[in-house]
Design a protein around this ligand. Structure first.
Ligand code: THU
Length: 136
């Protein structure tokens, strides 16, 4: 059990965003993933001069979490402080988020506390038919 709120999680995503490696877009993104055991794992976007190898902040957090042996997650927050509107996760990240987070899991994203949007995995990634095929 955990007392971490979505506000706390978003604050951590914002705090980590400046650590992004984003020399090409100059767009810094931070993610904070709350594990069911209360651990919080952060991630940033890591770009590459080949462009196609860029890893978004959300995926960095999720892959780190799996590496740490975490398998159950309670929420994810994404902060895009360089934008003046809330930037939602890209299509690739929605697919990866849906691989590891249950449909009802809260997702919050925004560039600041004022424009933050609270949503869920299933709202971001509806009609997830392949999810039905997934074996535990
Ligand atoms: N980016 C993320 O890390 N997460 C998002 O949700 C949106 C986009 C990154 C990818 C790239 O490094 C930069 O932001 C511009 O698209």
């Amino acid at each position: 059990m955990t007392n971490t709120t979505l506000d706390d999680l978003f604050a951590m995503a914002k705090e980590v965003a400046p650590k992004a490696y984003a020399p090409y877009s100059n767009f810094h993104v931070g993610a904070a993933l709350l594990c069911e055991d209360g651990t919080i794992i952060t991630g940033v976007n890591v770009e590459n001069r080949s462009f196609g190898l860029t890893n978004c902040a959300e995926r960095t957090a999720l892959y780190t979490a799996r590496t740490m042996g975490k398998t159950s997650f309670s929420a994810i927050a994404i902060a895009t402080p360089d934008a003046d509107y809330p930037v939602s996760p890209c299509g690739a990240c929605r697919q990866v988020i849906s691989e590891f987070l249950k449909p009802d899991t809260p997702v919050t994203f925004g560039s600041n506390d004022e424009n933050r949007i609270n949503t869920s995995v299933k709202e971001l990634f509806p009609f997830d038919a392949l999810h039905e095929l997934k074996k535990n």
